[in-house]
Design a protein around this ligand. Sequence first.
Ligand code: SF4
Ligand code: SF4
Length: 195
Amino acid sequence: MLKFLKQVGDYTKEAVQAAKYIGQGLSVTFDHMQRRPITVQYPYEKLIPSERFRGRIHFEFDKCISCEVCVRVCPINLPVVDWEFNKETKKKKLNHYSIDFGVCIFCGNCVEYCPTNCLSMTEEYELATYDRHELNYDNVALGRLPVSVTHSDPIVTPLKELAYLPKGVLDPHNLPEGSRRAGKLPAEILEETSK
Ligand code: SF4
Ligand code: SF4
């Protein structure tokens, strides 16, 4: 009899424990049901990069003096500066310049230290390719003017970061009293907030 009662007691304890765990799991679910959606529907919506975003590097061939400072300050000596000495002008002549974005860590050191400011960081972040060798940009590809990732395509809705949240709120949980309910389409929320 005592053994049976002990088994019943153990079983009850385990059942209570299991119910507690289920409750904990559901509390996370309910918490998320109350919050605003913050998922960006990429590629139909894209976040506007911040002003100092470090994207694809732009290079101005004519301004480069082949000093190789960018190579020395790069943590992985990445930029390839191919130059030759012109005996007539007694100056270096740049033949070719390249940066492999498959290896670059976008630290911005080369941009920071270039003495002629011929390097700059753009807001381009869509660098995906099927072949990683295509990420090795030569001076022609580096010299291409940057395109705006959020304004170049009419089907793209540019979004400011956390655009679904009320102004000044950074936490999608515990929204202030009177905030519009969660679950609306991003376009609806943006339309309402722009009124
Ligand atoms: S951004 Fe950094 S890692 Fe990339 S080339 Fe410049 S210095 Fe090197
Ligand atoms: S630091 Fe600037 S000027 Fe010097 S080689 Fe690099 S890109 Fe050219």
